[in-house]
Design a protein around this ligand. Sequence first.
Ligand code: BDR
Ligand code: CA
Length: 315
Amino acid sequence: MPRPVLIDTDAGVDDALALLFALQSPELSIKAITTVAGNVGVHDCTLNVLTVLRLLDLPASPEVTEGARKPLRRSLFSAPEVHGTDGLGNVRRSLWGGRGEGPFRRDAVNVIIDRCLHFGRKLTIVAIGPLTNIARAWNKNPGALKRVGRIITMGGAFRVPGNTGPVAEFNYYVDPEAAAIVLNSGLPVTVVPLDVTQELVLMRTELEVRAQRKSSRMAQALVKFTKSYMQYHSATEGFSGGYLHDPLAVAVAIDPACVQTERVHVDVECAGRFTRGMTVADFRRKPDRKRVSVDVATTVDHNRFFKLFHGRLWG
Ligand code: BDR
Ligand code: CA
């Protein structure tokens, strides 16, 4: 039986790859997609999700619901230089094919609560943006969230530098208060940080070769919407390709053995002058039972991940 999944996303370029990966994986049944402000404003994220769904021509598309316009207590910090001003490499309009938007709702928090109540322990939430919607759902109805099977969140940087300033990863930098709430909620949380996601790079040449072989509408779109994301990495990291941050969170939902995890208490810095959003954990000690712990991915099985990812993306 496929596992019921809710994906909460700030649909930028690697989110779009994660969505295409998830939607083509028979182990997962995507019961809802909710959007949150992050890489770009929330309405652009919603339009990006609708665009990705169009690329696949699924027999039945999951419901799309727009969520938080801004973090819990801060104004939005976004990443147009990484994902384009539309969040999809500035090519979203050309991918629509002039067919306009699809339908969407605007109450993500209620949808999250509803799916938790409906599916209970069977439900996995894959959160690949700032944790604003999830924290708001928890604040509104903790009883509902306590029923969830697992929350997999892409975020944090433990033994590696940050990607948004020296110490913080983007998703937790954008809404550190929300990350702190979710990571200290006591819910079953798996954190997929930069430590493991930055080990996974999709090279431009490989993408182009595979896309040419496949030659579908989706493959052509992939080549287009990843272009500026990969150019950004080329300028900042020195390789022509892009990190697969969010696809790894999806892979963990499909096959948890893609990563090894360590159980640890995690604090998220909300007060620091220079350290906003930093994840702080003491891996030297056994977890203290009196403190809330989460599972943090510390190593990734590259072969296992890439076999799964390419297999599902290209068929
Ligand atoms: C995370 O930040 C976003 O820019 C990506 O989509 C990913 O979720 C990586 O730090
Ligand atoms: Ca994301």
